[in-house]
Structures are given as structure tokens and as C-alpha cells.
Design a protein around this ligand. Structure first.
Ligand SMILES: NC(=O)C1=CN([C@@H]2O[C@H](COP(=O)(O)OP(=O)(O)OC[C@H]3O[C@@H](n4cnc5c(N)ncnc54)[C@H](O)[C@@H]3O)[C@@H](O)[C@H]2O)C=CC1
Ligand SMILES: O=C(CO)COP(=O)(O)O
Length: 322
């Protein structure tokens, strides 16, 4: 039987633990907060992040990362901006393992994605990325989902693909870790922008234009960093961009809608695209890349311009070839 460790008991970690356990794996789900662990053990449910979903009996919840089996998959389901600190604290338990990052974003301090953070903190680990269009609530309901599993070592990737696929969770394999992780990170920024367009009442046509031009600037960054454009055309890029820019289930999209309407947004909700917009704008600046939508979102979040000014700046750029 496959034994899977899931580190991070937010909505996504809990949903993956549930679906993998339903698929027959023995799952250990770790949360840092002993109070949350006790609540989950007592109620058989993660009431804080995934209410209404029962944890199967083959999910063991713990606040101790003691023994992590060497050959079994370890999923990292923490928010992106906490990953670097977590890896450095836990390297003794994690080095040498198959570490599958499920978080979407770019680290604000190092301007790196999850695979590079893993490689630096745990040099003997096999880094992999699990990403693509998937809301935790959909996965937890057992709805069909298809994701990308990217690992530079294709043999290790194939084994991970086999162990992490279930009858309703279909994984496609790739060796393009850079392309896969960038798709998941960059689409969140464009989803905030799409939410702003919707919340400000700019219309569906404007949103489609924004998604398309957003995709063009995502492709520029992927190519610059050595990822493959065809990866971006798959689940991890195009697939997740479409999902996140068109569904109010997306927190990034809802955050953008609130901005567009001039409403407050609950600061305790995880919105990965906000930090990632700033990180990507900094990276694009360093590399001399033209990423106007990302730059506008970063400037808006830092209150350097208004939505009206951002729209006007985007529309008044020099006319160019598509
Ligand atoms: N929720 C979803 O539908 C999906 C989420 N993801 C990605 O999964 C990652 C996690 O997101 P969610 O589970 O939705 O977040 P969440 O907001 O539901 O939960 C985050 C969890 O991380 C915990 N946490 C925060 N800082 C921590 C630290 N330093 N150490 C340990 N635990 C810490 C929190 O206590 C909380 O339980 C994000 O990168 C997100 O983009 C990916 C696909 C779908
Ligand atoms: O990444 C996701 C869907 O694939 C989840 O999107 P949000 O983080 O915007 O809710």
C-alpha cells in the first residue's frame, strides 16, 4: 500500500489527503497547530478549512513530523510564502525524500519557485510539482480532476504519477518543472486582474482580452526562465488560467473582484497571487521582460496607482503586433 505524507492541513492538503485515502493510500496529514490537530482528530473533519468533508479512517492527523518514509511521496501543501522557512526547519526529516510541491507562487525574498527552494534546502531530495486546475472543494467532493505532475527525473516522475493517481484524480506527467510551476504561479496574478475587470464592470470581452494578453506575458517569463511554451498550453498553464479567471470559487479572482468593487477582503484568506505579483514584477524588472499586466497589479496592490489609472495605462500602450 502506498504511504503518503501531506504536510500542511489547509483546504488543499486536506482535500488531497481525503482523495488519496479514498483511492486506497495510507495518508499522514500534518498540521503545525496542535489545537487544529486535536479538533480534526475529535471531529474527523477539518472544520476550519474544509468543513463538511469527513476524513477517511486511513488519514492519520498529527502535529509531529517524526518519521517520513524514504521512498514514499511527500506532498508540500503549505502557502508559498511559508515554504522556504518550513523547508529550512524540517530539512533533517525531508532531505532525500520525494518532495512534491503543491503550492503555487514565487518566493518574495529569493524570487524562486518551489522546486528551487526544495533543491537548496534539501539537496538530496527529488523535487516535483503537482499543479493544474483543481479547487479543493471539487477534489474533496470526488469530482473528476486532471493535474500535471512535473519532475525532472522522469523515472521518479512516473512512479509519483502512478502512486498519486486515483480513479478520479488523473495525473499527466511532464519533465518541465519550471514551466509547470510558473504556470500555477503566474495565473494567480492574472486571476486577480480578471477579478478586478469583473468587479469594476468592464465586461466579459475585456476579461477575455486580459486573459489572452496575460497568457502572452506568462509565456514570456516561462521562456526566459527555460520552461517550455507547450507546458504552458497544458493543464498547469492554460487549464488553470481559465479556471481561476472564470470562477468565483477562486480566492484570487474573488480578491480581485473585491478590489474592483472597492470592497474589503478578509485578510485571513490565502491569496497567493498578491505576493507573487510583487515577486514576478521584481523578476521581470531584473530580466528586462515586458509584463505590463503583472506590473500594474503589483503597483495597484502597493497603492501606487488606481484601477482607472491602470486600465488607462494598459490601453494607451503603443500599438503593436500580436
Ligand atoms: N485551495 C485550493 O483550491 C487550492 C490550493 N492550492 C495551493 O495550495 C497551497 C495551500 O493553499 P490552501 O490549502 O488552499 O490554503 P489554506 O488557506 O486553506 O490553508 C493554509 C494552511 O497552511 C497553514 N500554515 C500557514 N503557515 C504555515 C506554516 N508556516 N507552517 C505550517 N502550516 C502553515 C495554515 O494554518 C492553514 O491551515 C497554496 O499555494 C494554493 O495556491 C492549489 C490548488 C488548489
Ligand atoms: O489554484 C487554484 C485552482 O487551481 C485555487 O485557486 P485560488 O487559490 O485562487 O482559490
Amino acid at each position: 500500500m502506498t504511504r503518503i505524507t501531506v504536510l500542511g492541513a489547509g483546504a488543499f492538503g486536506t482535500a488531497l489527503a481525503v482523495t488519496l485515502a479514498r483511492g486506497g493510500a495510507s495518508v499522514t496529514l500534518w498540521a503545525r497547530n496542535p489545537g487544529q490537530v486535536a479538533q480534526m482528530q475529535n471531529t474527523g473533519e477539518n472544520k476550519a478549512r474544509l468543513p463538511g468533508v469527513k476524513l477517511p479512517i486511513n488519514v492519520a492527523v498529527t502535529s509531529e513530523i517524526s518519521f517520513v518514509p524514504a521512498d514514499e511521496p511527500v506532498l508540500l501543501t503549505l502557502p508559498m510564502q511559508t515554504l522556504r522557512g518550513f523547508l529550512s526547519e524540517s530539512r533533517a526529516q525531508l532531505d532525500g525524500r520525494k518532495l512534491v510541491a503543491c503550492c503555487k507562487g514565487i518566493d518574495l525574498t529569493t524570487l524562486e519557485g518551489p522546486a528551487s527552494l526544495i533543491a537548496r534546502a534539501c539537496p538530496k531530495a527529488v523535487p516535483a510539482i503537482l499543479t493544474g486546475p483543481s479547487f479543493a472543494a471539487d477534489i474533496a467532493r470526488g469530482l473528476p480532476t486532471a493535474l500535471t505532475l512535473a519532475c525532472a527525473d522522469d523515472a521518479a516522475g512516473e512512479e509519483l504519477q502512478r502512486r498519486l493517481s486515483t480513479p478520479v484524480l488523473r495525473l499527466y506527467r511532464s519533465t518541465d518543472v519550471t514551466g509547470a510551476e510558473l504556470g500555477g504561479a503566474l495565473k494567480n496574478v492574472i486571476a486577480i486582474a480578471a477579478g478586478i475587470v469583473t468587479g469594476s464592470g468592464l465586461g466579459d470581452s475585456a476579461r477575455a482580452a486580459l486573459m489572452t494578453r496575460g497568457y502572452a506575458e506568462m509565456a514570456r517569463m516561462v521562456t526566459e526562465l527555460g520552461g517550455r511554451p507547450e507546458t504552458l498550453a497544458g493543464l498547469s498553464g492554460f487549464g488553470d488560467l481559465v479556471l481561476t479567471c472564470t470562477s468565483t470559487q477562486s480566492r484570487n479572482f474573488r480578491f480581485g473582484m473585491a478590489l474592483g468593487r472597492g470592497e474589503e477582503f478578509d485578510p485571513s484568506v490565502t491569496v497567493e497571487g498578491a505576493a507573487t505579483a510583487r515577486a514576478v514584477a521584481a523578476l521581470a524588472g531584473k530580466r528586462g521582460l515586458d509584463m505590463p499586466i503583472t506590473a500594474m497589479i503589483a503597483a495597484l496592490l502597493d497603492r501606487k496607482l488606481t484601477i482607472a489609472e491602470a486600465v488607462s495605462a494598459l490601453l494607451s500602450r503603443p500599438l503593436k503586433q500580436e
